[in-house]
Design a binder for this molecule. Sequence first.
Ligand SMILES: [Zn+2]
Length: 486
Amino acid sequence: MSKKDFIVKAVEGYADAAIRISDGLWDDPEVAYTEYRACAALTEELERQGFEVETAAAGIPTAFVARWGSGHPAVGIIIEYDALQALNQKADVFEKCETAHGQPGHGCGHHLIGGGSIAGAVAVKKYMEAHGTKGTIICYGCPAEEGGSGKTFMAREGVFDGCDIAVRYHPGDMNTVVRGSTLANVKIKYSFDGRAAHAAGDPEKGRSALDAVELMNLGVQFLREHIIQEARIHYAIIDHGGEAPNVVQAHAEVMYMIRAPRLDQVLDIYRRVNLIANGAAMMTETECKVTFIKGCSDLLNNSVVGRRYYENMKLLGVPEYTAEEIEYAARMNDTVGNTGPKEGEIAAARKCAVDMPAAEAEALMASFGKPISDVVMPFMVSDAPSAGSSDVADVSLVCPCTFFLTVSWSQGTPGHSWQTVAQGKSSIAHKGMLYGAEVLALTAIDFMEDPALVEAAWAEHRSAMGGRTYECPIPKEIKPPIPERE
Ligand SMILES: [Zn+2]
């Protein structure tokens, strides 16, 4: 039996279990650093499958490492399972419909990463057993991808040291290997302390922390014109000081997130934002406390790993869809409204189409007009950063790594939307997850069986690192922002 047939059969045999796992996570969403039940479900399953599980990796209660096999190559599979705040939604309906107000929901499909990654790991183990393949398969259970940089904390504590290659699957609306880099970022909390007073009777005695927050925001507003084009500065007022306008607000807090293509650019903007915060404190005679919450690096996209994903996606062939599934996706797309064409993607595809056989080029360009994308996007190496950030970047600086997306929802579904959540248990999502599992497994085995391929990935990694070693963007003394357990 060919390697491909073996993996397809192994994933098929595990499909029901994988769907049970991902649907289970979808039904019980938990946000960053509180994924206790998800973590338990995944580690129990890995133990049942014969993996040796180490819980509380890097001292984080919801992080884990599960190993099977021994020695090198050691191929790591990155697993995520956190949900997003206030995004719960009924499944398979075509309108925004909360199940419980304010509760979380799986708006980035990380429940599918949970089920698909375990399916991939189980298939690799089966293959290694049947073929006497040497090496170790490592499942990295990584909490808090959303806003918590779980992997960055784990990388700082050396969790990924000794891993030869790291692979990761993520759901999306196209089958594609991620191109270019991701944005580095830092998240910082600015807390201002002033003095309360009667806002009419004793205004001269009050020093407003809310004024300080407003002045800081205004200062940053002016700063935005004098930073590099690709940088972004976001904020949220997380404590406005109280509901009473007749009390001078003695305490107020604002959370900032700063993103840019490279970490050094982020850190320079962070320095300037700190100056503005101090200026606001000086103007209002309040005290400013700066609390660094978390950060992550920019992705070092390894093309040797990326090329294997692409080849395996093509080898396996994309999932086929029924008329009902296409109809379902079209109805879902109607709810998104006019979001415009994917101009960047279409332009990139058009460039690649020039060198393709006519039928393939035609299918590629036609795919953009369909409710469900049904092609593998061409493999492209690019330096351009994407609009988002991911803590996978910190893994990519420790060992060769990149990631790929498979179609799991209708084409045009925005990330982090109710539409994403609504489609999370659909047959389209399940097909994408199982396809992702097959790509993960085949890619892991490619590296297990070919030390020269591992070396090629490392040669690229070393050259891109240019002699520097991994430096974590989160200072040593900062602990992961783990909420008190209720
Ligand atoms: Zn995600």
